[in-house]
Write a protein that binds this ligand. Structure first.
Ligand code: HEC
Ligand code: HEC
Length: 252
């Protein structure tokens, strides 16, 4: 049968029916419209599981990217830094921007709900027992040759004499370093990898545990990060602030 008038009306009726069953008619509030606009969702669990869990792990840990469900991370990272990374992403890494103003899908209120939710659920006041972590951002650029010395003291016992692996994996691998920002490396050095536990202890300790009783200073963290960054072999992406960072793109 040729699609004549009857066919057209059937199709229209079907379309109307499916529109009636759908909460997402644009511009048309109806019953249940409180859940109809994705921008209205402010529930932390929904926002986190839809947007973040794939990389940061269900429940905030155990994913490929830094654990956000980590009281040590949350004691070290200020809200403003968590918010900025979530809104704008981290250029040159897989961390995408989420703010609608930066091309993402989340409103400012939703990003606030994520930051507040992480803190409410996953922070633990007193997690550091009064110890001050190294600052989130370093005031001064690190020094790669001092970093080489700090590497031997704090890291070589696990990552091998030159970083290419020992008890733990290589951390000078170019494919790893190419996708991690200096700030991301700093975070890993400060907080360790809390989800990996061996013999009841974190296998990748935070800044206090690499050499027990001898926490790393903020400068030592900066120096080790400069040493790691000096192993990058890629050219910085044009979008990156890396152009102003002479350590990037230089191989030793
Ligand atoms: C496609 C994978 C991916 C997704 C999805 C993702 N992230 Fe990330 N995220 C990363 C990676 C990789 C990094 C580390 C970037 C770097 O090297 O600095 C990161 C870094 C971060 C940081 C900064 C960590 C630091 O060093 O202080 C925050 C905060 C963060 N993500 C929050 C979120 C939130 C919240 C969501 C969901 C709204 C999210 N991420 C979704 C991959 C992802
Ligand atoms: C007690 C052993 C130990 C010490 C000391 C240690 N690490 Fe690690 N580190 C690990 C383990 C275990 C991992 C998890 C991945 C693996 O198995 O290699 C890890 C992971 C990392 C990663 C992330 C690698 C990735 O693929 O995600 C970086 C970066 C890193 N360490 C840097 C350092 C630096 C820099 C130091 C010294 C300041 C250091 N580590 C000291 C055991 C250690």
């Amino acid at each position: 049968m040729k699609p004549g008038r009857t066919g057209f009306r059937l199709a229209l009726a079907a379309a109307t029916l499916s529109a009636a069953a759908c909460d997402h008619m644009p511009g048309r509030p109806g019953p249940g419209s409180e859940v109809s606009r994705p921008g209205d969702v402010l529930d932390f669990d929904v926002l986190y599981s839809h947007n973040c869990a794939g990389c940061h792990g269900a429940g905030g840990k155990g994913g490929a990217a830094v654990a956000l469900n980590d009281p040590v991370y949350l004691a070290y990272a200020p809200d403003e830094a968590i918010r900025r990374a979530t809104a704008n992403g981290v250029p040159g890494t897989p961390m995408p921007p989420f703010a609608d103003s930066a091309g993402g899908m989340l409103t400012g209120r939703q990003i606030d709900a994520l930051v507040a939710g992480m803190r409410q659920r996953w922070a633990r006041p007193g997690a550091l027992a009064g110890e001050a972590p190294p600052p989130y951002r370093s005031d001064a650029a690190g020094d790669a040759s001092r970093g080489d010395a700090a590497y031997r003291v704090f890291c070589a016992s696990c990552h091998g004499p030159d970083g290419s692996g020992g008890k733990a994996h290589s951390i000078v691998d170019s494919s790893y370093l190419a996708l991690a920002s200096d700030q991301g490396l700093r975070t890993t050095v400060v907080v360790g990898v809390p989800s990996i536990v061996a013999d009841g202890k974190p296998a990748a300790p935070d800044w206090r545990g690499d050499v027990p009783g001898r926490p790393m200073t903020g400068d030592e963290v900066s120096d080790v990060v400069a040493w790691l960054a000096a192993h990058r072999t890629r050219r910085p992406a044009a979008s990156e602030a890396g152009a102003s960072n002479p350590a990037m793109g230089v191989s030793p």
